[in-house]
Design a protein around this ligand. Structure first.
Ligand code: ATP
Length: 465
């Protein structure tokens, strides 16, 4: 039940602030609709270089402003000749920026630069051995005969002027090509997928040797910049955060607390659907161990009454989501005025939710509607919060790294994802207090309970689950 969060209109533009990304070397991935575009971005970031996925519609003018160290044209499901096939701004070839085309991206490069792409006699899907014709440059340290992952129906049959062959496979004469002078490269295979054994070496060659990047995208650098940015944005104002105890909101709480200390107020709503001892554990960790104040709201009776007699899981979710918003709203009003609401929006949310919201000029995927956390979805307009979303450029594994680096305990960093409506959804049929207790006991190993309870006895704030 991911209700889109419709934000107060004045808050929306501020969500576009790119916390922790200023003055950073970047590789831009132009997305032509491949299921792997996000994966390319992740692979680049694994080399400690920042990368962003933008729409293929991004203009050369905008790219010039962004000043990336390199551009990657992703794969895509189309043929370059098909009607409505996505094409990039042809001006990008004049920017003087290294460009790597992957699969469809390579075919587009060939098509736009005067070569030829034709429907192959036999498409190539799956693993293929790559035979290297030029072991320098892009293919330095890539083993001859290494396995690469192919998935294409069209093939390059004539290279554009200025291009040379780097590698071939049994079925694909032009599997890797380059115009060394202009630093344009094309590969028919997918170096980003794990099955491509030489893929990471190739990506590293592109990023470090061809684009001349340095490994600046590190967790420590992100944390430092994010803290600076949060302070600059928030000033001396108060920030409200809905804390679930999951990895995203917990990392956010730690980061914000580091940046603005007690200007942060965390609200934890105990709806009574969490796993055994989770509420107690959360309060103990945050309040006693890390001295981060958490406003505990015991709303167990309210939630269980709200779904009394309801058996349909979707209906349960809807009611719980609705109730959550009401409780959150009431609590925030009681706690006084807040200028900012912190949200744990992550980069995949930004990419996925913005598909239909591409700014035609910049190609930026504008997250007008943020695919939100169902529990804080649909916050009423009159709350009028501005947003702080310092994690919106991070993938989940990067959030875990950030959390770990700022002291978030491993039990939260590695926590199994658990949906907001939690046990209420795991129980088939009507949810009753008795069923909740049975499920809690069944799902919770005794030894963990014992290790948690001794020598401490949980938080005094909330009743035992
Ligand atoms: N019981 C709760 N009390 C307060 N806030 C909550 C609660 N449950 C969820 N939230 C808020 O809703 C957001 C989304 O919840 P969801 O269950 O979808 O988990 P998530 O997106 O994996 O995030 P997290 O890792 O922080 O749980 C959380 O990040 C948190 O801000």
């Amino acid at each position: 039940m991911n209700t889109a969060l419709t934000l107060p209109t004045e808050a929306a533009p501020q969500t576009q602030e790119n916390l922790g990304q200023l003055n950073r070397q970047m590789i831009v991935i132009l997305d032509f609709g491949s299921q792997y575009s996000e994966l390319i971005a992740r692979r680049i970031r694994e080399t400690q270089v920042y990368s962003e996925v933008l729409s293929y519609r991004t203009t050369a003018e905008h790219l010039q402003k962004l000043n990336p160290k390199g551009i990657i044209l992703s794969g895509g499901p189309n043929s370059v000749y098909s009607e409505n096939a996505p094409h990039c701004d042809p001006e990008i070839w004049k920017l003087g920026i290294p460009i790597l085309g992957v699969c469809y991206g390579m075919q587009l490069m060939v098509n736009q630069l005067g070569g030829e792409v034709t429907k192959a006699d036999r498409g190539e899907y799956g693993k293929a051995s790559l035979y290297i014709d030029d072991p320098t440059d892009l293919l330095t340290n890539v083993e001859d005969g290494t396995t690469m992952w192919m998935s294409h129906g069209d093939s390059v049959t004539k290279m554009p002027p200025g291009f040379e062959l780097l590698a071939h496979t049994e079925n694909t004469p032009c599997a890797a090509i380059a115009d060394h002078d202009k630093k344009f490269y094309g590969v028919q295979f997918h170096p980003e997928v794990v099955h491509s054994l030489g893929g990471l070496a190739l990506i590293r060659n592109f990023v470090y040797h061809i684009c001349d990047c340095e490994p600046t995208w590190t967790t420590a650098a992100f944390v430092e910049e994010a803290i600076r940015e949060i302070r600059a944005r928030v000033g001396d104002k108060r920030v409200l955060l809905a804390l679930s105890g999951g990895v995203d909101s917990s990392t956010l709480a730690f980061l914000l607390h580091k940046a603005i200390g007690d200007q942060l107020t965390c609200v934890f709503i105990d709806q009574g659907f969490m796993r055994k001892l989770e509420p107690e554990r959360l309060l103990k960790l945050f309040e006693e161990q890390f001295h981060i104040h958490v406003e505990y709201v015991n709303a167990r009776d309210r939630f269980i009454s709200a779904i009394a007699g309801i058996t349909d899981p979707e209906e349960k979710r809807r009611i719980i989501g609705h109730e959550f918003i009401r409780v959150f709203e009431e609590t925030s009003k009681k706690l006084g005025h807040f200028d900012y609401l912190a949200q744990g929006t992550l980069y995949p949310d930004v990419i996925e939710s913005a598909d239909t919201n591409v700014d035609p000029k910049t190609g930026e995927r504008v997250a007008v509607k943020i695919k939100s956390h169902h529990n804080v979805g649909g916050l009423p307009k009159d709350l009028r919060f501005k947003l702080v979303e310092p994690l919106r450029k991070l993938f989940k594994d990067e959030v875990r790294k950030v959390g770990r680096s700022i002291g978030l305990p491993e039990e939260i960093v590695q926590r199994q994802p658990f949906p907001g409506p939690g046990l209420a959804i795991r129980i088939l049929g009507e949810v009753t207090a008795e069923r909740l207790n049975i499920l809690r006991d069944a799902a919770y190993p005794r030894w963990r309970e014992a290790s948690f309870l001794l020598p401490h006895s949980g938080s005094s704030k909330c009743p035992r689950t």
